[in-house]
Design a protein around this ligand. Structure first.
Ligand code: NAP
Length: 279
């Protein structure tokens, strides 16, 4: 019997990921002999992991925290979107070449488009300047956002994104300027690995109060966080990271298989897995 093809998630850590819970049912539903695996990988192990895929022992991969920028630099080629984001989350294989793509960009924008967000009339603040934030910024620029500020603890990383993109709509600031920069904004995105616990919460009720009326707060974390709870209590619309996770995964599925992804099934499977885990 032939072995199933392998696709895995590369990250550190990976055991908390919901990706297998919706990728595997999607492969199974289409009768594809593919197993979705979790590949715990340290930064030191990353080159060897990629060589393993290059050698034909796997069909592709997803890449998650904290390896998106590092994996980008180790690809044989990258798509235009990934190059602009400076980060990849999806790897496909052609011959012995690894091609890096960024499907976070698609995944992030879908729920905003679905709720009718008016990009051209809006100013946005993106918290974070890591691999995910870079994709978020490219997605918002391509959707036509009027103005955008990247706020990050390490100001230099935000400055680097601004310099790389060369778009006059984008500016940067340090975390101490968050409250000032959100004033009048219609979108606040938490694309930083913070806000999961009250202790690490970067924005108080006063920050949310400074957003424009009818503003949306979007957290890339795919569960209820203190950040989202506080935004809701302040009367704002909220979006969590689960729709993004499913839509980036659906796009990755299409890249690997060349077939339309069963998005509804993936969504139902992801919701069920999150509920099983306790929200
Ligand atoms: P990353 O490359 O490691 O970047 C982490 C970011 O968080 C940096 O901007 C970092 O600031 C900031 N940060 C970390 N700890 C902080 C603290 N204590 N105070 C202030 N800032 C802090 O990670 P990433 O790949 O961008 O991922 C970021 C988040 O997005 C993660 O929560 C990830 O799970 C989520 N995500 C979700 C999806 C989805 O599909 N829903 C997709 C991608 C990512 P410095 O630059 O100062 O270190």
């Amino acid at each position: 019997m032939t072995q199933p093809g392998r696709i895995g998630l590369i990250g550190d850590p990976v055991e908390q990921s919901l990706s297998p819970s919706f990728q595997q049912p999607a492969f199974d539903a289409l009768g594809l002999s593919i197993r979705y695996e979790l590949w715990q990988t340290s930064l030191a192990e990353l080159p060897a992991r990629l060589d393993d895929i290059r050698s034909g022992r796997a069909l592709g991969a997803n890449v998650t925290v904290p390896h998106k920028p590092a994996a980008f630099a180790l690809m044989d080629s990258v798509t235009d979107l990934a190059r602009r984001a400076g980060a990849i989350n999806t790897i496909s294989v052609r011959g012995d070449h690894l091609i890096g793509d960024n499907t976070d960009i698609h995944g992030f924008i879908v729920p905003l488009v679905e709720c009718g967000f008016d990009f051209r009339a809006s100013r946005a603040v993106v918290l974070g300047a890591g691999g995910a934030a870079r994709g978020v910024v490219v997605a918002l620029l391509d959707a036509g956002i009027a103005e955008l500020t990247i706020v990050n603890r390490t100001r230099q990383r935000a400055d680097d994104i601004v310099a790389a993109l060369g778009d006059e709509r984008v500016s940067s600031a340090g975390l101490d300027a968050l409250s000032e920069r959100v004033a009048g904004a219609l979108l606040l995105v938490n694309a930083a690995a913070i806000g999961w616990t009250d202790a690490a919460f970067p924005a108080g009720a006063d920050t949310f109060a400074r957003l424009a009326d009818g503003a949306t707060v979007y957290d890339l974390t795919y569960r209820e966080t203190p950040f989202l709870r506080a935004a809701r209590e302040a009367g704002l619309s909220t979006i969590d990271g689960l729709p993004m996770l499913v839509h980036q995964g659906a796009k990755s599925f299409e890249i690997w298989t060349g077939q339309p992804a069963p998005v509804e099934l993936m969504w139902r499977s992801a919701v069920a897995a999150r509920e099983k885990r306790g929200g």
